[in-house]
Write a protein that binds this ligand. Structure first.
Ligand code: PMP
Length: 458
């Protein structure tokens, strides 16, 4: 067997993959990625691909950053592991907490560390309940989330998430979590203007609070821009109305910044892009640019002081809360973002350039809408632009065809149903954006030809 085929065979035999169709895996084998530099990946067969997804929305500073590798190596030599339980701490966790307090909005000055975004969202559920109990309101327990949102894969994370196909496996959601509709104008806006639709979908929160009773509702959680759900960019009217409702109805606002945090939208946090003031912000991914696993929850002074005033102990923590090597890597990653002005460069250069080029894909006969905000974007495949119609076959059929053309063309795009999404490293140059959009356009032509041949596009 050639080396790649042998690797694929072993992989399929022993490795249980997350979110992967086993029949496909057995038939085609995994794409084995073995090397990366800048915004490019190479597989074991030597194919070079532009990574339009920054790994999995992670690698904000790009691949091959020796500063991060060196910092992690030094930390591993000095103190590879120690815990942060029982009144112990260590220099890297202290430095990272201070740096995050400095970067976060003014009202946020505390952080609780976890190992991933899913763990961070589990922590959020515990924290919200503990906070309201500390305020003498133990009945405020329900967290309202959104359909099609993604908040992780643990029991609490997948329950907070609104992916019905995930709920179907394993009897989710767990109690005291409910879901309202998402602000997805392209798919669900009908004849409303985006502005009207944004207000209507925000007011669904108020209706849900009325249904459940304000004394039962603890918090609302949402991603500033819904990522895994297909890059759902809310109408501008949405977030201000959500903020008003949270303020007036005494519920905590949780902005899941796992994707939007650390520059993705052209600000340090997505919530700043939408001018909202969350009480809690789960973070992960771009915190270390994926170089090592780390997550956490940024906590507002109001919530943190609830805990501190209460005294006692928050009976919660992970062996890897504040892992020293992950903290050292994350700290260096944040220093790179700062020193190279990467976040402001996204706002002033990369995002407007991407918006212009990516937006032109909207003219393609197969595209119903091309949208982007910061360096995250989506295009909607449709057989009928004017009607924003779905295909007459199972959702995802066209998306999968397009994704396969992308791989073959040397571009990693992900498909969510028939929505193609991108989230490239923040350091992508204008020339690389040109390459991304040019390759995406070529793949759309190839996809259109396939769909016509199959009678799915007339
Ligand atoms: N929240 C959001 C918004 C995410 O996109 C993800 C991961 N895609 C998570 C939470 C879960 O993070 P992790 O996979 O690190 O557990």
């Amino acid at each position: 067997l050639p080396p790649t085929a042998e690797l694929q065979q072993k992989d399929a035999a022993h490795h249980l993959h997350p979110f992967t169709d086993t029949a496909d895996l057995n038939a085609k084998g995994a794409r084995v990625i073995s090397r990366a530099e800048g915004v490019y990946l190479w597989d074991t067969e030597g194919n070079k691909m532009l990574d339009g997804m920054a790994g999995l929305w992670c690698v904000n500073v790009g691949y091959g950053r020796h500063e991060i590798i060196d910092a992690a190596t030094r930390q591993m030599q000095q103190l590879p592991y120690y815990n942060t339980f029982f009144q112990t701490s260590h220099p890297p966790v202290i430095a990272l907490a201070e740096k995050l307090a400095q970067l976060a909005p003014d009202h946020i000055n505390h952080v609780f560390f976890a190992g991933s975004g899913s763990e961070a969202n589990d922590t959020v559920v515990r924290m919200v309940r503990h906070y309201w109990a500390s305020q003498g309101k133990p009945d405020k327990k329900v967290i309202i989330s959104r359909k099609n949102g993604y908040h992780g894969s643990t029991m609490a994370g997948a329950s907070l998430g609104g992916m019905s196909f995930m709920h179907a496996q394993g009897g989710l959601p767990i109690p005291d979590i409910t879901h309202i509709d998402q602000p997805h104008w392209y798919k669900e806006g009908g004849d409303m203007s985006p502005e009207e639709f944004g207000l209507a979908r925000a007011r669904a929160l108020e209706e849900e609070i009325d249904r459940l009773g304000e004394d039962k509702v603890a918090a609302f959680i949402a991603e500033p821009i819904q990522g895994a759900g297909g890059v759902v960019i809310p109408p501008e009217t949405y977030w201000p109305e959500i903020q008003r409702i949270c303020d007036e109805r005494e519920i905590l606002l949780i902005a899941d910044e796992v994707i939007c945090g650390f520059g993705r939208t052209g600000q340090w946090f997505g919530s700043q892009t939408y001018n909202i003031k969350p009480d809690l912000m789960p973070i992960a991914k771009g915190l270390s640019s994926g170089y090592l696993p780390i997550g956490g929850v940024l906590v507002s002074d109001r919530v943190a002081e609830g805990f501190i005033a209460d005294g006692g102990e928050f009976a919660h923590g992970y062996t890897y809360s504040g892992h020293p090597v992950a903290c050292a890597a994350a700290l260096t990653n944040l220093e790179i973002l700062e020193q190279e002005n990467i976040v402001s460069d996204v706002a002033s250069r990369a995002a407007p350039y991407l918006a212009e080029k990516w937006g032109q894909l909207g003219d393609h006969p197969l595209i119903g809408q091309a949208r982007s905000k910061g360096l995250v974007g989506a295009i909607e495949l449709t057989p009928d632009k004017a009607a924003r119609a779905p295909f007459a076959v199972e959702a995802g059929t066209a998306g999968l065809i397009c994704r396969e053309h992308c791989f073959a063309t040397g571009l990693v795009m992900r498909h969510v149903g028939d929505t193609m999404i991108i989230s490239p490293p923040l350091v992508i140059s204008n020339e690389e954006i040109d390459e991304l959009v040019e390759k995406a356009g070529r793949c759309l032509d190839l996809t259109l030809a396939d769909l016509k041949a199959q009678g799915l596009y007339k």
